[in-house]
Structures are given as C-alpha cells and as structure tokens.
Write a protein that binds this ligand. Structure first.
Ligand SMILES: CC(C)(COP(=O)(O)OP(=O)(O)OC[C@H]1O[C@@H](n2cnc3c(N)ncnc32)[C@H](O)[C@@H]1OP(=O)(O)O)[C@@H](O)C(=O)NCCC(=O)NCCS
Length: 255
C-alpha cells in the first residue's frame, strides 16, 4: 500500500518524532529540548546514547549538527544524531569529521492508523498507566535493548503517566510482564516507541499481540502511525502495514 506523502508532510513527521520523544523525556534530571527550523534535540542526560537524541534536517544543517554535538560534549553524555534523507548525502562527512560514529540507517516507517491489523495470538495486554506498569516497561526495555535500568528509570517519570497523549501497553504471560510498547500522539500523528520483548520470550508472538492492541486502541484523532525501526523489527512492522517513507542516517557520539 502506497502512503501518499509530500515532502512537507514528511518534514512534519520528522518534527513529530521530536515532539513525541520530548513528551516522554520531561521528567529526566538532565532534560533539555530545543526545536529549530534545522531540526531538534531532546536530552535526558542519561549515559545511554539512545536516550539523548538530535535530528538534523534543515536548509543550513551544519550549524545545528555542531550545536547538537557540542551539547553532548559539554554535558559529557553519549547521544544519537539522525540525519534525514534531505541532508545525509552532504552531511555524513561532516558528522564523521566531528567524531560521530556511523551506525548505518534506520528506516522511517508509516501506516494509515485505520488499517486492519493482522491476526495475533491471544495475550493478556493491559494499557494501565500506573507506576508499576511503567517500571515493568522500563525493565523490559532494559532487557531487550541492553540499557542500564537505573538510567531508564531516571528518564521515565510521572509526567508520562499524567500525559493523555501517551499510552503504555504491557503484555503478560501468566502474569509476568514480557513485552511492551508506547504510543505518543502528536496532532494527527501517532508515534510508536520503545517496543521491547524480553529476550527469553522473543519470537513467540508477544510483540505482535502488544502492537496490535496498541494500534487498535483509541486513535485519539490520529490518522498516521510512524516509527523509526530497528532492522530486526522491520518485518514485524511490515506485517502491520507499515511502509518505508524515508531513512534516518544514524550517528552516535560517545564522550
Ligand atoms: C522487535 C521485538 C519487539 C519483537 O518482539 P517479539 O515478541 O519477538 O515479536 P513477535 O514474536 O510477535 O514477532 C517476531 C518477529 O520479530 C522477528 N524477531 C526479531 N527478533 C527476534 C528474536 N530474537 N527471535 C525471534 N524472532 C525475532 C521475527 O523475525 C518475527 O518477524 P515476522 O513478524 O516477520 O515473523 C523484539 O525482538 C525486541 O524486543 N527486540 C529488541 C528491541 C527492538 O529492536 N525493538 C524494536 C524497536 S523499533
């Protein structure tokens, strides 16, 4: 299925990614966010690169790239910089020159929010937004991505629970939390974030069941779902109708 998106709409989607990650980062002790015409940066201060993100997509991207890297350097935190397709061809060398490490590309995938989801296994999935579920989600993300749990707990605070735009889903096997995902509404766009299944439970249908529940939950007026996919998850998302609308060239900074 083709998703008819013009370049303006894709630019808005890149900006939405920033608003989404901003909504789940605001309780972090090192929180800082800035949105400019050339991209955005959202920092939590965590010593985990993926929890400090910057995006570069504008018409004079060099200065924003340098500002972003300086923010990481000044705070002595690791971070991730995404270059969109509009700038990656001429900015990749500049990123390397600044000492960033090239991690390849992440597909930016999107689907219409009203698409039917495929058949999934019957799994107990809740969308309770309570402290216990949030801590269980953090533990699952830590297990699946290898992030330090205390750094994750530092970034995921009460504002996530209070924010009506954020939905949290946890799938359980005989009561044990095994898979999680979050959705974050930003206007007409819904972002899918932090999808994680405990390594011992991967490949058994839990992730699909949790994702189906999340996508079929109240759409909150959104008509487009999108996400940045890891390579191993892309085929799963494609089964749910997600299709590539671009790529993010991904660079990491380590202090
Ligand atoms: C991606 C992830 C959430 C999928 O959860 P899951 O519970 O294994 O998902 P399911 O069992 O419903 O589906 C498995 C699908 O993922 C793929 N897969 C990814 N990792 C797998 C693994 N370790 N074992 C088996 N299948 C795996 C399978 O190929 C299968 O693809 P298919 O849908 O084309 O058949 C899980 O592998 C994970 O936590 N990975 C690490 C974190 C990550 O990359 N998250 C995605 C962020 S965008």
């Amino acid at each position: 299925m083709e998703i008819p998106l013009d370049s303006l709409c894709i630019k808005n989607l890149w900006q939405s990614l920033g608003h989404e990650v901003d909504q789940i980062s605001q309780d972090a002790t090192g929180y800082l966010a800035a949105f400019v015409s050339d991209g955005w940066i959202v920092l939590t201060g965590a010593q985990v690169a993926d929890l400090n993100m910057a995006l570069v997509h504008g018409i004079s991207p060099q200065a924003w790239l340098e500002d972003s890297v300086n923010s990481f350097k000044t705070r002595k935190i690791p971070g991730v910089v995404f270059l969109t397709d509009s700038v990656s061809s001429f900015m990749s060398q500049a990123a390397s020159d600044l000492g960033l490490e090239n991690q390849g590309v992440m597909p930016h995938l999107a689907r219409r929010s009203d698409l039917n989801t495929p058949e999934v296994a019957t799994v107990d999935v809740s969308n309770y937004k309570d402290e216990t579920s949030l801590r269980q989600a953090a533990q699952l993300q830590s297990n699946a991505f290898g992030y330090d749990l205390s750094e994750l707990n530092m970034t995921l605070g009460g504002k996530v629970l209070d924010n009506p735009a954020v939905q949290l889903f946890v799938g359980r096997d005989c009561g044990r939390p095994v898979s999680t995902v979050m959705t974050i509404a930003d206007g007409r766009t819904r972002g899918v974030w932090n999808m994680a299944t405990d390594p011992g439970y991967q490949g058994k249908g839990f992730g699909s069941a949790v994702l189906a529940r999340a996508l079929n939950y109240s759409r909150q007026g959104c008509n487009l779902d999108h996400l940045l996919a890891t390579q191993r998850a892309e085929s799963l998302y494609r089964r749910f109708g997600f299709r590539p609308i671009g790529t993010a060239s991904t660079f990491t900074w380590q202090p």
